[in-house]
Design a protein around this ligand. Sequence first.
Ligand code: NAD
Length: 302
Amino acid sequence: MTAKLIKGTDIREEILEEIAAEVKEIKDKKGVVPGLVTILVGEDPASMSYVTLKIKTADRLGFKEIQENQPTTISEADLLALIDKYNKDDSIHGILVQLPLPDHIDDKKILNAIDPDKDVDGFHPVNVGRLMIGGSEVKFAPCTPAGIQEMIVRAGVETSGAEVVVVGRSNIVGKPIANMMVQKGPGANATVTIVHTRTKDLASHCKRADILIVAAGVPGLVKPEWIKPGACVIDVGVNRVGEKVSEKTGKNVAILRGDVDFDAAKEIAGSITPVPGGVGPMTITMLMKNTLSSMKYKLGMM
Ligand code: NAD
């Protein structure tokens, strides 16, 4: 059996088209567009490339987009003042602070200073609490878990009553996706187990999963014999396992592998996400969706 591929690259395009159409409709009717500010401190190459991708996507969708590039010498007080400025700016619906921040700045203090109603990353404790309550309390689900749930739904995988096993208990992937899948509502209603480094028998839990979500950051951790035949496998892991020369650019690029042994797993699973091109493209997509939602909340449309 060869599993159906759940491609994040294709789902991203579907969702971005839906967002662009909605942005245009609201702009024509009400004369407003979603406003997103990205705050980047310093010149870390990985952070710069993430921010560039976010900006490009926002531009493509017709958002108002402000880039705040600040030197590493910026003080914590000045960064807090910058956040305060955008908290008060009615044309801005989403504020993003790219992590990591320099050592002299307290990440937590900065992230907690963002107005929860503009926290489109969904990391503010208020939004974490709203996610835990579920239902109509939820404003912004964190982007990677939101992308995972969206992929499962769009792939037509039944979640109600399904056994979901989540490998990993991080605050940005494992815990929130487990919480989302256990809620009442569409794309959820599942029976959820979280496994982690202290779990006694990882394999036996994984083998029960109708939907196996793996976010451990360990290449090839999940073996093919741990997969229930026909299961949906969502591989969140992105691990650099080497370098190769790109055929397109002639430059050295990273070789990426997931947490699942993909080649063998695809012969057993019913559906599976590839790495790269699976969950990866969904994160920025859901960030854009959250920014559009933020504007719609403000306009009383949601
Ligand atoms: P993390 O390191 O914060 O958490 C990893 C979790 O996996 C921990 O809770 C740990 O207990 C568990 N774990 C690690 N090794 C294990 C093992 N051998 N057995 C059982 N459990 C184990 O990582 P994270 O931020 O949640 O990210 C996980 C992976 O997902 C990474 O590869 C990361 O690059 C990737 N990721 C991808 C995206 C995306 O594609 N958009 C977003 C976030 C994270």
